[in-house]
Design a protein around this ligand. Structure first.
Ligand code: SF4
Length: 396
């Protein structure tokens, strides 16, 4: 990747700040050493945003960590956790002549249960002649649906960051009646709570959390208070540039060294305590929270958005086309055979622990959901090398 506003700018900014980076790394190593004198426990820190994992991998931040510090990616990729059933339903609708709109990642997302000669993704359905259209935004789909006036459906994936782009146009009555909505919107604090609860239950060590910056810009920093308060975990809401992430790691280690559990907002240039009030209000007007299925993880209470009754009557894909979105599908039926995405999104297994990684599953031909999106841990590792040295891959 190479662009004026992309990697090269970030890489050169990181390089030009090598003094700051070196200071932060020195602090991290010093604090890790002090902590290691008190306990042999590894210092496992979890990120809850795929873009953090991208920064960690792309800029080789793991290679700068002392051996006792382990950075793991949690369920921070919305594409990875979108249930197979949602794609299966859309493949079915596309086969029946309904126009399906999706982001590029949704196009390539593989299903699990469709067998025989049926299309295994929306991309395959499109190749076979179904009307599947890739869009950059919900607005693009709205404009197109208004123009043709035919039955159509939008694949509404994403975390809290993207939700206001849906709710504001529903609230303003701008969505055409022939465009229904399949909501696969997921809410991250509920998944974080479930993941950390699982770590506690299984006796797995977790010492700190780096919370998602962009999600927090919408929901507000206060939504992460439960991490230090209920789980005793030092937590830093972090931006995504390599210095942001290094600083956040240093903050987590400082708190562990000082035996403090606080919530630190490193991303103050974007994240406020309350979040974006108008976006949250639009979400409240349009959506209801509900129990929803997270692919590879299972069902989590209050972890998704569904159009409420007022908007659902006209737009909810279930009501319009009589489909079913099941919150409680058995886990093993939602992940393709052999794929270890269920363990990878929980940070229990690394991509290299999957026998398919880089062999039968590659970014060009993803077998499992974690290899599809630029935020998916398997794809990040396949394209950036999760253990690379600093600046590795900058010319890719
Ligand atoms: S490498 Fe592919 S098959 Fe293996 S866990 Fe990752 S996405 Fe699943």
């Amino acid at each position: 990747m190479s662009s004026l506003y992309g990697v090269d700018v970030l890489t050169s900014a990181f390089r030009s700040n090598q003094g700051t980076a070196s200071t932060l790394v020195r602090l991290i190593r010093k604090d890790a050493e002090i902590i290691a004198r008190k306990t042999d426990d590894p210092i496992k820190i979890m990120t809850f945003c795929g873009t953090h994992e991208w920064s960690v991998s792309h800029f080789g931040l793991r290679s700068l960590m002392p051996p006792s510090v382990e950075l793991v990616a949690g369920p921070g990729c919305p594409v990875c956790v979108t249930p197979s059933e949602d794609v299966e339903n859309l493949v079915k609708l596309a086969g029946e002549g309904v126009i399906v709109y999706t982001y590029g990642d949704g196009l390539r997302l593989p299903t699990t249960r469709i067998g025989g000669n049926a299309a295994r993704s929306l991309q395959e359905a499109k190749v076979r002649g179904a009307s599947v259209r890739t869009v950059y935004s919900f607005l693009d789909a709205m404009r197109d649906a208004k123009t043709h006036g035919k039955d159509s459906v939008f694949f509404g994936m994403g975390f809290e960051t993207i939700t206001p782009s849906y709710s504001t146009v529903f609230k303003k009555g701008m969505v055409p009646n022939n465009l229904s909505f399949l909501s696969s919107v997921k809410l991250t604090p509920a998944a974080a709570k479930m993941t950390i609860g699982l770590y506690k239950e299984k006796g797995l060590s977790l010492r700190g959390v780096i919370a998602p910056g962009h999600v927090s810009a919408v929901i507000g920093a206060k939504e992460w208070e439960f991490l230090p308060n209920e789980f005793g975990l030092p937590t830093v809401i972090s931006g995504f540039e390599p210095l942001d992430v290094l600083y956040s790691i240093a903050e987590v280690l400082r708190m562990i060294r000082e035996s403090k559990t606080e919530l630190v907002n490193e991303y103050r240039r974007l994240v406020t305590w309350e979040g974006n009030e108008s976006a949250k209000k639009a979400n409240r007007i349009v959506f209801d929270e509900e129990e929803t299925g997270w692919r590879g993880i299972g069902s989590i209470p209050n972890s998704g958005y569904r159009l409420n009754q007022h908007f659902g009557e006209t737009y909810d894909v279930e009501k319009v086309f009589g489909l079913k979105q099941t919150a409680t599908l058995p886990l093993e039926s939602d992940i393709p055979p052999i794929c270890k995405c269920g363990e990878i999104v929980l940070g229990i297994t690394k991509p290299t622990g999957c026998p398919m990684f880089g062999k039968a599953c590659t970014p060009d031909r993803p077998w499992g959901p974690c290899m599809v999106s630029a935020e998916g841990t398997c794809r990040v590792w396949a394209t950036s090398n999760g253990v690379s040295t600093p600046f590795a891959g900058e010319n890719s």
